[in-house]
Ligand binder design. Sequence first.
Ligand SMILES: Nc1nc2c(ncn2[C@@H]2O[C@H](COP(=O)(O)OP(=O)(O)OP(=O)(O)O)[C@@H](O)[C@H]2O)c(=O)[nH]1
Length: 309
Amino acid sequence: MTGGVEGYRSGFASFVGRPNAGKSTLTNALVGTKVVITSPKPQTTRTVVRGIVHRPDAQLILVDTPGLHRPRTLLGERLNDLVKTTWAEVDVVAVCFPANEKVGPGDRFIVNELAKVRRTTKIAVATKTDLATPEQIGRHLLDIAELGRETDTEWAEIVPVSAVSGEQVSLLEDLLVQMMPEGPQLYPDGDLTDAPEQVLAAELIREAALEGVRDELPHSIAVVVEEMGLREGRPADRPLLDIHANLYVERSSQKGIVIGHKGARLRSVGTAARKQIEALLGTPVYLDLHVKIAKDWQRDPRQLRKLGF
Ligand SMILES: Nc1nc2c(ncn2[C@@H]2O[C@H](COP(=O)(O)OP(=O)(O)OP(=O)(O)O)[C@@H](O)[C@H]2O)c(=O)[nH]1
């Protein structure tokens, strides 16, 4: 982890736009090819991590937010409120406007709703520029700027890109990174998306760590699996799964409780969790557990959410 490195930036961006606007293709172009569509993490029910851009200077986490619909019912309105709450929690919302189609009522509806979320930085992305002539792209950019004025939306940037030809994709990445706040690395190196096994392993460790101390530490333990992978050089019939995990508590007094006298409690937590994970995944496990205090993270709702507090 390079968390805490000076100047390091980390945060969340979300691509929105009408169906077919090119959101998924752009996510894949930014992250690389291996993105998998994942299920929501247990503790973040509203957002799904679609991909993570790792750089030496930053980590950019691309999340999906629920789709926005024209509300016809109270439930529809509630859902839209939820979308707006989510938009308020990410650092940047990027609205995608395909360059080969005119800006239309569907776009206008989304931008109007987004305009009500004042604090979040908004950018406009003109997607699929390989399908449009330079004149069309120019016109399109003016239309997007005009829509911004009409809806009282301040576009921090308007960026034309093609996810297919790759044109301007790295520029978009640089711009997004500059808009992220300074903060620690939130996901392990190499993670492209939330791996369900890692989430499950973290849950089992958390369960084991809470065993017997629930009253003392009700909601104060979070677990992040930093690394998880089969150890290299093992015979095929004797695999070993290495898991490195951090157990986060809020205060140093809690650290003592979790570790126990001369580390005895942490060792038994490790043993219990290891057996559970082995039973679940069917592979022998080497579990390396560290206890850390998440002091600086407590005031940041995004990081707290990531940690499941
Ligand atoms: N030529 C070209 N086609 C693109 C580009 N980006 C996306 N497409 C195509 O446009 C279509 C829609 O792209 P998606 O990335 O699935 O769009 P989306 O916004 O995620 O769509 P929904 O999931 O329906 O909201 C697909 O057929 C893509 O191949 C691009 O930069 N150039």
